[in-house]
Design a protein around this ligand. Structure first.
Ligand code: SF4
Length: 377
C-alpha cells in the first residue's frame, strides 16, 4: 500500500486507485471542495454543476484570470495506450471547456508514460495518438488554438525533467509513488515538465495554469507544485491549479475502469460489444424483480446509472427522475440497460461519423510536428 493511502483511500496514478469517500480527501489530502466556488464560475461546466468535479487546488487563481480576462492556460493529455473510453472522454470534455473559456491550450500525448507504465512502444503509441487526436477534434477541440505534442518529441519537457531531477531524492519518490522502477519515476518528472511547459518563456512566460484531472492523478499535481516552488527563483513559476473529477466505476462494479480487468468499453468497440458489455454490467439492482419492485435499486453503486449521470443524460430533471424511479423500484435494470445501450450507441455512431472527417487532420497535426522538429535538428 502506498504511503499516501489508507484502508479505503488510494490515490495512485500508476496503479489501482480507490476512493470510498470523497469528503475524506479534503481533510486527508488537503484538496479543497469545489462546491463553494460554483456560484463564482461564470459559465460552469456540466461536470461542475453535477458535482462530478468535486475538488480543486488553487482554482481561485483561474477564476480570477477568467473574471479579469487575463491570460491563463489549460493542460491535459492522454496516455496513448488505446482507444477513447468514457474516462478519457471526461478529460477531453474538460480541456475543451477551458479552451472555450479562453485558455491557451496544451494537449500532451504521454507516450513516455505509456512506454514506462504500460510497455507500449513508441511506434505503436504514435498510431494510437493519431486516433486519439481525431477523437479530440471530433469532440470540438480547436486545433488552431492548441499546442498538441508528444512527450518524446518535446525537448523542452525533457529538459525540464532533467533539471527537476536534481533536488528530488529516491526517498521523496517512494513517499509519493511507492516503490516503482526508475522509468516510472522518470515519467513523473516528465509529467512535471508537461504541467509547467505552458509557463516557459516560449509560451509567454508564467501564468495561471489549470490541470483538470481525475483525482487519482493528484500525486502528480502535488509533486509538480512542490517542484514549481523549488524552481520559482529560476523560472518564476506560478503554482499550477487543478480540478478533480470523481473516478468512473468499472462495469463490473470495481472502483475504477481498468484495462487489465477489461471492465469498460471504448468508443470504437463494435455496437455488439458495447451492447454486450452494458447488458452484462453489474448494477445496483436486487436479486429478483419482485425484490427490486419492493425495495428499489441502489443507483449510488450502479455503473449503468453512472454512465447516464456522467455522460449521456444532460437534462437534470430526467436524471433525477431515473434516480427516483430506481430508488422506488419503478425502473428495472433490464429496461434501464436497454435505454442506456440505445443512448450510448446513438452517441458513438455520431461521434464516429464526425471523427472520420478528422483523421487526416490529426495525422497532419502530428506529422507536421515531427517534420518541424526534424528540420530543427
Ligand atoms: S434500475 Fe438502473 S440505476 Fe437502478 S440499479 Fe438498475 S441499472 Fe442501476
Amino acid at each position: 500500500m502506498l504511503p499516501n493511502s489508507n484502508k479505503k483511500t488510494v490515490l495512485d496514478p500508476f496503479g489501482a486507485s480507490e476512493v470510498a469517500d470523497y469528503e475524506r480527501l479534503y481533510k486527508e489530502f488537503g484538496i479543497d471542495p469545489f462546491e463553494p466556488l460554483l456560484s463564482k464560475v461564470p459559465n460552469p461546466s456540466f461536470y461542475m454543476r453535477r458535482g462530478i468535479i468535486f475538488g480543486h487546488r488553487d482554482f481561485n487563481r483561474i477564476l480570477n484570470a477568467i473574471h479579469k480576462h487575463e491570460e491563463f492556460a489549460v493542460l491535459s493529455g492522454i496516455k496513448p495506450t488505446g482507444e477513447f473510453h468514457l474516462g478519457t472522454l471526461m478529460t477531453a470534455k474538460e480541456i475543451i471547456y477551458f479552451q472555450q473559456q479562453g485558455a491557451q491550450t496544451f494537449y500532451c500525448i504521454a507516450d513516455i508514460e505509456a512506454y514506462e507504465d504500460n510497455n507500449v512502444s513508441f511506434e505503436k503509441s504514435e498510431r494510437i495518438a493519431v486516433d486519439n487526436v481525431a477523437d479530440l477534434l471530433a469532440l470540438g477541440l480547436d486545433p488552431k488554438r492548441t499546442y498538441i505534442y508528444r512527450q518524446s518529441e518535446e525537448i523542452r519537457v525533457k529538459d525540464l525533467a532533467i533539471i527537476f531531477g536534481r533536488p528530488v531524492t529516491l526517498a521523496t519518490m517512494k513517499a509519493i509513488y511507492g516503490e516503482r522502477h526508475i522509468g516510472l519515476y522518470l515519467s513523473a518528472l516528465i509529467q512535471a515538465g508537461d504541467i509547467l511547459l505552458p509557463q516557459l518563456e516560449d509560451f509567454g512566460g508564467p501564468k495561471p495554469t489549470i490541470i483538470p484531472v481525475g483525482v487519482d492523478q493528484d500525486p502528480h499535481i502535488r509533486f509538480t507544485r512542490d517542484l514549481a516552488q523549488k524552481f520559482h527563483r529560476k523560472y518564476k513559476f506560478i503554482l499550477p491549479s487543478s480540478t478533480y473529477h470523481k473516478l468512473m466505476k468499472g462495469l463490473d462494479g470495481s472502483p475504477k475502469m481498468s484495462k487489465r480487468q477489461m471492465n469498460y468499453f471504448t468508443l470504437h468497440d463494435s455496437p455488439e460489444t458495447i451492447a454486450k458489455r452494458i447488458s452484462n454490467s453489474f448494477t445496483g439492482g436486487r436479486a429478483t424483480v419482485k425484490e427490486q419492485q419492493e425495495l428499489g435499486g441502489i443507483p449510488e453503486i450502479c455503473p449503468v446509472y453512472e454512465i447516464c449521470l456522467f455522460h449521456f443524460i444532460k437534462d437534470n430533471d430526467k436524471i433525477t427522475r431515473i434516480y427516483h424511479d430506481c430508488k422506488t423500484g419503478r425502473l428495472l435494470c433490464g429496461e434501464h440497460k436497454k435505454q442506456t445501450i440505445e443512448r450510448v450507441l446513438e452517441f458513438v455512431k455520431e461521434h464516429r461519423r464526425k471523427k472520420k472527417k478528422f483523421m487526416d487532420k490529426a495525422q497532419e497535426i502530428l506529422q507536421l510536428k515531427y517534420e518541424r522538429e526534424k528540420t530543427k535538428k
